[in-house]
Design a protein around this ligand. Sequence first.
Ligand code: DON
Length: 324
Amino acid sequence: MSNPENQEKIEINSSPLLKVINELHLKYKSLTEGTLANYIPELAKVNPDLFSICIVTVDGQIYEVGDSQQLFTIQSISKVFAYGLALEDHGRDYVLTRVGVEPTGEAFNAIILDEQSKRPYNPMVNAGAIATTSLIKGAGATERLNRLLDMFRRYIGHDVFVDISVFTSERSTGHRNRAMAHLMLNFGMINQNIEEALDLYFQQCAVMMNCRDLAVMAATLANRGANPITGEQAVDKRYIKDILSVMYTCGMYNFAGEWAYKIGIPAKSGVCGGIMAVVPHQMGIAVFSPPLDSRGNSVRGVKVCEELSQRLGLHLFDCSGSQI
Ligand code: DON
């Protein structure tokens, strides 16, 4: 849990939050490092200058700056929410037999399984996410997709849609993910119907949202699974600790250790250029800026979160207090 004294300061006078994100937006706008994800051809067409920051507090205040209405596909950030649904569908013990919770220290698309158990290492890397998605219950592909979309609706507060161009772009080029699915089928970690599991995984990655939606989703996780705008329970609160733990240890891939050390809050990135961070019992943070570093994390997103964490005293283990 984060510092109660910081929470008090932020809630009593919340306008500094807007000031801080405006300053960070201005400061990092000129940072043009990084490259667009081009292994999914549709993602390479995105405007690299798009940039937005949004914070949603657990009492439903929204602070946003920049292109916060711009839609993008959620990509790997979806893995967090699919993991929650799989936990609700099967319970913690069963899900743990199919997907581990160990960081890999490897790239998000590494073709590795745990030597002994043959499980994928964790639900945040591609192999683990495909296995997780294959666990989602439903009588057929349409029902499974509808259950996923309805879950996103609960987190965001409005209907969501799949970007068909991004979905088909990834479906026709996702050979590496297909190879991982075959490897897991070989070890009995996912069932026979791998094309259906892959389609659902590619569809969840192609769900469209904007930066504000992403911050509402993060705030829902911060708010014990209840959407702070609509009040709807998006996920069973028993699983919040599981979800946030894997985000904290694995959400930023082979940058997860440094992220935990420097920034110190559970987070998840996607090759869309989004980063979502959760400050338990306080707020959800989202940054969108498409150019990525070598680990697949948004360059501006990492910088903004690092400075936000320092200035607001958000690091879960920081005892020195807020700077604003
Ligand atoms: O499976 C993939 O490669 C993409 N749909 C998602 C990867 C992703 O976002 C990794 N994030 N940094």
